[in-house]
Design a protein around this ligand. Structure first.
Ligand code: ADP
Length: 422
């Protein structure tokens, strides 16, 4: 595998190696050019010298600068090695008996064979030639040229080719990895949306069906009483009970439908706010008084701690909706234990804290419960749509405020609302 030729996959390191390679090649080319120019004319005529000097240089420059694909560069490389071989043969005939030219020819032919075989094979061959040439330079200096030129050309050329393909492989790999990751994220989001939608449909139909079924049942009982002319059905107490029951079920249905409408308004970006100056303390006290009737039934006692007044600039109806939702949740999930509502302020914000001592929420649900249709696992057997906190957060976001939760399973939850003062 070409991708395993180099020991690093770091893009910056690879480009540094390529730069070092260019410097090494340039120094070598200059050196080789000088040697060629210094050779006696009778030994190696000028055009042939020029060819042998220019070939590696032009090949290398081309392979470095061009945007040709690797196979084309390889083709050029093979061509240049062939030309070198011809040149060596030419020199061999002109200088018969010179052992270094014979070795030069031999090595060049091996280089061609390996070039055609594989990058990795040629790279190892190149390293072998380099070591050989260094050894020869040390022990038999007269032989050094015969191995030096083909050896170095192969090393430099191949290293460059290898680096290029390595960079390309890494680039392609990164691109395809990014693409796969992106597709995975899209599929995940789609699957999550579908799951949430399905769950919502089943919860919503259940939630809507429950008050409708009770209404139908009450209507049937009353109708039967009327048919049997039961005088009890017409008693003031019975009619009052019936009307209270019906209006409570209608309130419940209205709330559910309104929550759904709010969600679709938020999704369509049509949540409009009417800002005006409101007294947050007054608003909170009103909501608590109203909900106390409800909490009285369920057993929770609500205490309120507030300053005399706290003026903010906000949409009164929407803030009312937020506080009402948090207090209703505290009643619903509060295990009939006392609830505390607190209004205060810091330098920038008005703060409302709704704290219960109920079932609590698992820490890994802290963020999730503010998402659409999401409910904490601990409360699955208590009815709800999983929309209230989502709507709260959207309303507060639109006000430039925030809502957060702290909670411990079995000990209770504390919801903190922050709203800008001005
Ligand atoms: P709903 O109450 O209709 O399910 P919400 O969006 O108001 O929807 O709340 C989302 C979830 O957050 C609830 O289902 C419940 O699991 C959890 N939760 C909210 N308030 C409390 C609370 N005071 N105590 C414990 N859990 C809560």
């Amino acid at each position: 595998m070409k991708s395993q030729i180099f020991w690093t996959q770091d893009k910056e390191m690879l480009s540094l190696y390529r730069k070092l390679l260019v410097i090494a090649a340039s120094v070598y080319m200059a050196w080789w050019f000088a040697i060629q120019m210094l050779l006696p004319q009778s030994f190696n005529p000028f055009p042939s010298r020029l060819l042998v000097s220019a070939l590696p240089l032009s090949f290398f420059t081309l392979s470095y600068l061009s945007r040709l694909i690797e196979s084309r560069i390889r083709g050029l490389f093979i061509l240049s090695v062939w030309l070198m071989t011809i040149h060596y043969f030419y020199l061999f005939y002109g200088n018969a008996g010179e052992i270094n030219w014979i070795i030069g020819c031999y090595i060049t032919v091996i280089a061609i064979t390996l070039t055609l075989y594989s990058t990795a094979a040629l790279l190892s061959y190149s390293i072998f030639v380099l070591i050989l040439s260094l050894l020869l330079t040390y022990f038999i200096p007269s032989l050094r040229e015969s191995v030096f030129l083909p050896g170095l050309i192969t090393i430099l050329g191949q290293a460059n080719l290898g680096l290029r393909s390595q960079q390309k492989i890494i680039r392609d790999l990164n691109q395809s990895n990014e693409k796969v990751e992106k597709e995975k994220r899209v599929t995940q989001t789609l699957a999550e949306n579908i799951r949430a939608r399905d769950e919502f449909i089943s919860v919503a139909s259940h939630e809507l069906k429950t008050p409708l079924t009770s209404l139908k049942l009450q209507a049937q009982i009353t109708a039967r009483g009327i048919q049997s002319k039961n005088p009890q059905v017409y008693s003031v107490e019975r009619v009052d009970e019936f009307v209270t029951f019906v209006s409570r079920q209608i309130d419940r249905l209205t709330q559910l439908v309104e929550a759904m409408l709010d969600v679709s308004r938020i999704s369509a970006g049509k949540l409009t706010l009417e800002f005006k100056k409101i007294d947050l303390v007054h608003l909170v006290k009103e909501i608590v008084a109203l909900l106390s009737i409800q909490s009285g039934e369920s057993g929770s006692k609500i205490t309120v701690e507030t300053p005399d007044q706290l003026w903010i600039h906000a949409d009164s109806h929407r803030i009312e909706q937020v506080i009402e939702n948090l207090v209703s949740n505290a009643i619903k999930y509060g295990n009939k234990k006392p609830i505390q509502v607190q209004v205060s302020q810091d330098q920038e914000n008005a703060i409302v804290i709704v704290q219960d001592n109920g079932m609590g929420i698992e820490p890994d649900c802290f963020e999730r419960i503010f998402e659409r249709f999401e409910r904490a696992t601990s409360s699955k057997n208590i009815s709800g749509l999983g929309l209230g906190l989502y709507i709260c957060r959207q309303i507060l976001d639109a006000h430039g405020g925030s809502v957060s939760v702290e909670s411990e399973i079995g000990k209770g939850s504390k919801f903190t609302v922050r709203l800008k003062m001005s």
